[in-house]
Design a protein around this ligand. Sequence first.
Ligand SMILES: CC(C)(COP(=O)(O)OP(=O)(O)OC[C@H]1O[C@@H](n2cnc3c(N)ncnc32)[C@H](O)[C@@H]1OP(=O)(O)O)[C@@H](O)C(=O)NCCC(=O)NCCS
Length: 191
Amino acid sequence: MGTEDAPTPAAEALAPRPASASHVVLSQLMEVTDANVLGNVHGGVLMRLADTAAALAAAKHAGGPCVTVSVDQMVFREPVHVGDLVTFRASVNGVGTTSLECGVRIEAERLRTGEVVHASSAYFVYVAIDDAGRPRPVPPLVAETPEERRRQREAEMRRANRIRHREELERARSAAEAQGEEPAARGSMDP
Ligand SMILES: CC(C)(COP(=O)(O)OP(=O)(O)OC[C@H]1O[C@@H](n2cnc3c(N)ncnc32)[C@H](O)[C@@H]1OP(=O)(O)O)[C@@H](O)C(=O)NCCC(=O)NCCS
């Protein structure tokens, strides 16, 4: 008879999870109220929905609430029109200790013709939080397919770039202060 203890709830919560388990698909018809003054869909409308889809992917992986800490990049490749059906596909690309990077691919279907265009791509960073709003550890991510492994590698490159960029800014500010400039207000949220 086996004598192994069952994993504790805390250990289970931090068991590695496959990237595919975080996948979220969100579709929405673009309406007149989503338009900008040019008549196309406002970029901020797409950004909000992309953030919603990505936050759900982050929460699925983390097993609880996550807050947006940074928008790493959002590229608008094609205009989206009123009347298009827009689909947001989000999943976790990579994780740190308490943070997660989610990628979102945004496609617009021109309903009159059936044409589907890759309208936008975005990367958001979230931090999983506990009941007191403090960062809490997230499970490791298991990338199972070549595509998931490529996304994980690229997420690690963006994370390294973010950390290097933050350190460079910190050094530049310290150097300016050493030259007699007023100290700048600082916090971990500073870019
Ligand atoms: C997100 C928050 C909980 C982080 O708290 P904190 O005390 O700064 O946390 P830490 O410095 O320990 O950093 C936690 C993680 O966030 C990452 N992080 C912090 N600032 C970051 C930034 N500007 N960009 C990307 N990642 C960042 C850290 O690298 C760390 O990741 P890791 O644990 O995977 O290594 C806090 O800043 C917060 O509540 N911000 C407001 C969030 C919000 O209101 N969002 C909008 C609505 S959802």
